[in-house]
Design a protein around this ligand. Structure first.
Ligand SMILES: Cc1ncc(C[n+]2csc(CCOP(=O)(O)OP(=O)(O)O)c2C)c(N)n1
Ligand SMILES: [Mg+2]
Length: 403
């Protein structure tokens, strides 16, 4: 068949073990297999939320909200430098998705990344310390708001280049394929990213090679101050998945139960069938794009309309309706969270600033190969990088156990 051309030939020349899966018989046959699922029809969804899990998720969503509200306050007081992008309003997405991930799964996101780490169960103290640029921060105070990383817990960080990390997610999925494990990758990005070339490259190769990646576009209606209608010829963003023969569907991002149902199916597809999924989660950010954005491109009424669908209040109603909690208990959870966030700020303020030496670390991967190549070219490298072969020992708080 003429279709089995260059790409296939080059794959055939790769070592058998590391070769991507065999190509599909034909595009037509594949389309039948990957027709979008009608949400709620063919899907099995997530196990129903029991009392303990619903309460845990309620607390976690509140933790993201209160953590960021306090971050906003101390930013204004000048205690946080650089950028600060708040996730407030979008909490159900991170919490719903992370509640379904396995310990060895991976995730990667953009700069609005506090919620992902908190939802993954990271200790909030090193996260606040990172915002405040302290040596005890999760990236040793060198990343700030946009760059929370925790590789041992599958967190491949926040990325400031719009769309840039989507291709990295495809690479992570490819690594899993080569390993043959049942892991999967979640890749979060905003509506502003889907007109970047990287999005298209990543979706194409993920579909073609059956990579276990779940792509999540958090459609919060704006990329900075530009509405989706003004930026995108296709406004039902999930439909972009059709161009790559990928299962694609929308999801209500203000309802954690719906988020869990949608993503349980997507993860099952990634783990068992090794197929990617593209989900458009409809949501809204309550705050401006970043702290410097007063949000004049939208009306107060529009913001209020979305706040009526608040995901935390909605889960609170779920808890009350199911008699999983009383109103008083919900209030107590909130108070407890606020105390925890205050402790984070105290911990950060008492933490040291990163020493000047940190500036020269974490720039190049420290491997003997890299060192010896450099030394071969210029022996002066050996003198200038005497510790190059010594592994960096991170302080114990940097890698936080998933709770
Ligand atoms: C390649 C690139 N282009 C432009 C920018 C500037 N920029 C930063 S955020 C942003 C908007 C992204 O919006 P969206 O993807 O919808 O994410 P959201 O902020 O809504 O979460 C832009 C254009 C950038 N960081 N990288
Ligand atoms: Mg957006």
């Amino acid at each position: 068949m003429p279709k089995k051309s260059a790409a296939l030939k080059s794959r055939a020349s790769a070592p058998a073990k590391s070769a991507p899966p065999a190509a599909k018989a034909s595009t037509a046959a594949r389309s039948e297999v990957v027709k979008p699922l009608a949400p709620g029809k063919t899907s099995k969804g997530a196990p129903p939320l029991d009392r303990a899990e619903a309460r845990r998720l309620y607390r976690q969503m509140l933790l993201i909200r209160r953590f960021e509200e306090r971050a906003q306050q101390i930013y204004v007081e000048g205690k946080i430098g650089g950028f600060l992008h708040l996730y407030i309003g979008q909490e159900a997405i991170a919490c719903g998705i992370m509640s379904l991930l396995h310990k060895d799964d991976y995730f990667i996101g953009a700069y609005r990344d506090h919620g992902y780490s908190l939802a993954r169960g990271a200790d909030p103290k090193p996260l606040m310390a990172e915002l405040m640029g302290r040596a005890t921060g999760i990236s040793r105070g060198k990343g700030g708001s946009m760059h929370f990383y925790d590789i041992p817990n599958g967190n491949f960080g926040g990325d400031g280049i719009v769309g840039g990390h989507i291709v990295v997610a495809a690479g992570m999925g490819y690594a899993i394929r080569l390993r043959g494990s049942e892991q999967c990758v979640v890749c979060f990005f905003g509506d502003g990213a889907i007109n970047e070339g990287a999005f298209h490259e990543a979706l194409n190769v993920s579909s073609l090679w059956d990579l276990p990646v779940v792509f999540v576009v958090e459609n919060n209606m704006y990329g900075m101050g530009t509405s989706v209608e003004r930026a995108s010829a296709v406004t039902a963003l999930h439909e972009r998945g059709a161009a790559y023969n990928m299962v694609h569907l929308p999801c209500d991002g203000m309802d954690i139960v719906k988020v869990r149902d949608t993503f349980a199916d997507a993860f099952a597809r990634a783990r068992k069938e090794k197929k990617p999924t593209f989900v458009e989660v409809i949501t809204y950010r309550y705050r401006g794009h970043s702290m410097s954005d007063p949000g004049k491109y939208r009306s107060k009424e529009e913001v209020e309309k979305w706040q009526e669908k608040d995901p935390i209040a909605r889960l609170g109603m779920f808890l009350l309706d199911h008699k999983f909690a009383t109103g008083k208990e919900l209030e107590a959870i909130d108070k407890d969270v606020m105390v925890e966030v205050d402790d984070c700020i105290k911990f950060s303020e008492e933490s040291p600033w990163p020493p000047a030496e940190y500036m020269y670390e974490d720039i190049y991967v420290k491997t003997p190969t890299l060192n010896w190549r450099a030394v071969e070219k210029d022996p002066a490298w050996e003198r200038s990088l005497p510790d190059d072969r010594v592994p960096v020992i991170y302080p114990p708080h940097v890698s936080q156990g998933v709770k």
